[in-house]
Design a protein around this ligand. Structure first.
Ligand code: UDX
Length: 441
């Protein structure tokens, strides 16, 4: 099928490349000419395992192309994916200006029946707005062209995006007629050879499904983080409690890891956007607001522990930080807890020496730019030299089994704040560390 994907951000690029991989003819469109030129040269704007190889291969095979010419791409496509950003507006709602600008271009350009797919995470009711915007343009043109707007929320996880897209747990499609639904069914059939994971529903339910899924996952995280706070105070160990509750299959082990709070491009934004939608429709959500509030506090847990040990004045202290990205296997720093933690420490005069396998550039050039108390190193042990303590923020694999002896020798004091509870306290004490975790005394 001929497809265009408008917006070459995370979701757009991964979707485009994966559809091309399945043999479709895909054009990825972006208004950023530099980005498009670089993609043609094989320069991928984000780090995501497998993405670069697959992009190069499909571009070479001509199943994948890149352009800034949206009009032409739209005219030549049977299916158009809208995958532009929906940044958080000042009031917490998702800003639809980019989505509706694309809808306008679609209305100005289509010539035959086209299926328009909302892939961006958009509030309930957006498909209606997209439809109205396209229709308005068709009316201005004075043409009568059939089209359908479909909702197809994306559930991929950063760091596993290609795998998630090629082997989805489910594909949720919201459509209001069979014709559009069948086209989507055909498009996704190659992705579910062994199991039918296609879930068809009405448009609003599909739009809502995305928010409900992310809100549920964020709730699990804030829940376990709240339990960790209680554990610390009553003298229980959250790691044991997590194991104890996870064994109940109704609860499950996944997504109940305590930590320094969730970050990334989805959970913080989507929880707030859903709360805003609820309020717009006259309902005051209590769980969603609590999930957000717990998460904001959780980002300060590690820095508070550092302050509790080393005092408010950190001007003579240096801390090594392992991991900056909001989670492993990505260079994405959006809403990363490392930003809060590091700024809390440096604002009290501390020096921070940071190491991350992928996110150094993002941190240095954008998210921690201007913070002169932070320096960066390219090897994990270099962050420890003469540091007063090590702080683990992101649980990259290379931090799982470090050389503890070497760490002890490099650190000024063998103090280890672990924001992801990676090790056993007993083992760490055997190695001679003062080991401070989340949710354990
Ligand atoms: C998430 C959803 O998982 C995905 O389905 C949706 O499409 C987009 O949002 P992503 O943002 O890539 O994906 O990250 P995810 O792996 O879900 O992790 C989000 C954050 O939660 C990270 O900061 C992570 O450290 C934190 N987390 C996750 C915890 O603190 N504890 C856990 O148990 C799990």
């Amino acid at each position: 099928m001929r497809i265009s994907v408008i917006g070459t951000g995370y979701v757009g690029l991964v979707s485009g490349v994966c559809f091309a991989q399945m043999g479709n003819s895909v054009v990825c469109v972006d208004i950023d000419a530099k980005k498009i030129e670089e993609l043609k040269q094989g320069i991928i704007p984000i780090y995501e395992p497998g993405l670069e190889e697959m992009t190069l291969e499909n571009y070479k095979n001509k199943t994948l192309n890149f352009t800034t010419d949206a009009t032409r791409a739209i005219r030549e496509s049977k299916i158009i994916f809208i995958a532009v950003g929906t940044p958080m507006g000042e009031d917490g709602s998702a800003d639809l200006k980019y989505v509706l600008a694309v809808a306008k271009t679609i209305g100005e350009s289509i010539e035959d029946y086209t299926v328009i797919v909302d892939k961006s995470t958009v509030p309930v009711g957006t498909a209606e707005k997209v439809r109205a915007t396209i229709q308005e343009q068709l009316d201005i043109r004075g043409v009568d062209i059939e089209f359908d707007v479909v909702s197809n929320p994306e559930f991929l996880k950063e760091g596993a995006a290609i795998k998630d897209f090629l082997h989805p747990d489910r594909v949720v499609i919201g459509a209001d007629n069979e014709k559009a639904m069948n086209i989507m069914r055909e498009l996704y059939a190659p992705f579910m050879k062994h199991h039918d994971r296609f879930i068809a529903m009405d448009i609003k339910s599909a739009e809502m499904t995305k928010y409900a899924a992310n809100a549920m996952l964020a709730t699990k995280i804030s829940f376990i983080n709240e339990m960790s706070q209680i554990c610390e105070r009553v003298g229980a160990d959250i790691n044991k409690v997590r194991n104890g509750i996870g064994s109940d299959s109704r609860i499950g082990y996944s997504f109940i890891y305590p930590g320094c709070g969730y970050g990334g491009s989805c959970f913080p934004k989507d929880v707030q956007a859903l709360a805003k939608t609820a309020k717009d429709f006259g309902y005051s959500p209590r769980i969603l607001d609590a999930v957000e509030a717990v998460n904001l506090d959780q980002k300060y847990v590690i820095s508070n522990k550092v302050i509790a040990k080393h005092g408010e004045d950190l001007s003579t202290k240096t801390f090594g930080v392992w991991g900056l990205s909001f989670k492993p296997e990505t260079d994405d720093m959006r809403e990363a807890s490392s930003i809060t933690i590091i700024n809390e420490l440096t604002s009290r005069g501390a020096k921070v020496v940071a190491y991350d396998p992928k996110a150094r550039y993002e941190a240095e050039s954008f998210y921690l730019k201007g913070n002169d108390n932070v320096s960066y190193v390219d090897a994990k042990y270099d962050a420890l030299k003469n540091a007063d303590a090590l702080i683990l923020v992101t649980e990259w694999q290379e931090f799982r089994s470090p050389d503890f002896q070497k760490m002890k020798e490099l650190l000024k004091e063998a103090v280890f704040f672990d924001g992801r509870n990676q090790f056993s306290k007993a083992k760490m004490q055997e190695y001679g560390f003062e080991y401070i975790q989340i949710g354990v005394n």
